[in-house]
Design a protein around this ligand. Sequence first.
Ligand code: NAP
Length: 269
Amino acid sequence: MQLAHVIESFRADGKVAVVTGAGSGIGRASALALAGAGAIVVCADVDGQRAADTAAHIEASGGVGSSATVDVRHRSEVEALADRTKDDHGSLDVWCNIAGIMVEGPMVGTDEADLDRIIAVNLKGVHFGCQAAARIMTGQPAGGSIVNASSAAADAPSPNVSAYALCKAAVVQMTKSLAFEVGRRHVRVNAVAPGFVLTNMTGRYFVRPDGTVDEEMREAVLAPMRAHTPLRMIGEVEDIAAAVLYLASDASRFMTGQVLRPNGGVAMV
Ligand code: NAP
């Protein structure tokens, strides 16, 4: 690759991308980053209104975005999203499995319903997304790139997130298995494993029922995290979106089966 191409390769011009969980947090930031880099982005979320808001933001910024209401727990919905995207735009180049939920509590106290609930979204939802994207991408001469959301929770144990951590560890293994299967068809499969960033998922620890933020509680939660992070900072969703964009783009064309860890150094693997 020549130097000029190295710089260009960080863009995503003309690539057709699907981002699940695009209605909020990391998914939304990833959709915006991909669109800003020139991709045509289909913003998918179980909350169709929030997905539409992200797509509207993309369009208002001069990008190309559309939205879809999709529940990743249902394989038929995920498959239909992949097919519709390919039919509408002629290719499917990038698929980001970002949708996820949290279930908290100690492992010994986790009931079966909660376990099923988180596995359905964070594990099976990613599996369905990988299958649907790979089915289409392996049939394209140019292949494609799949990016999965794992977590620092998969790298380092922390209290009360055992069910979440098991799903995120499974995502890493899924990423490697699929990367091994589809590499010869030019399909790359990588994961991001973010450290804590503020989103609806994590912000609820200090958001009151009326939507206002309890600043004291916020600092009580964030200060020890900051202190235990080598970079002494709490990341932002854009820090994760940058990693997603890199893995989606041709800049990472020699990477597959890898986990990128934007986490401030909190877990070094
Ligand atoms: P978020 O702000 O809650 O965004 C997740 C989005 O996914 C929400 O819009 C959510 O909708 C949607 N979603 C939930 N279930 C879905 C389903 N069945 N089908 C389709 N969409 C669904 O969370 P986030 O913090 O950005 O997290 C995004 C991803 O990054 C997750 O996989 C998470 O595990 C991972 N992650 C986050 C952090 C962090 O610190 N924030 C760290 C490491 C990894 P609802 O709001 O209606 O549920």
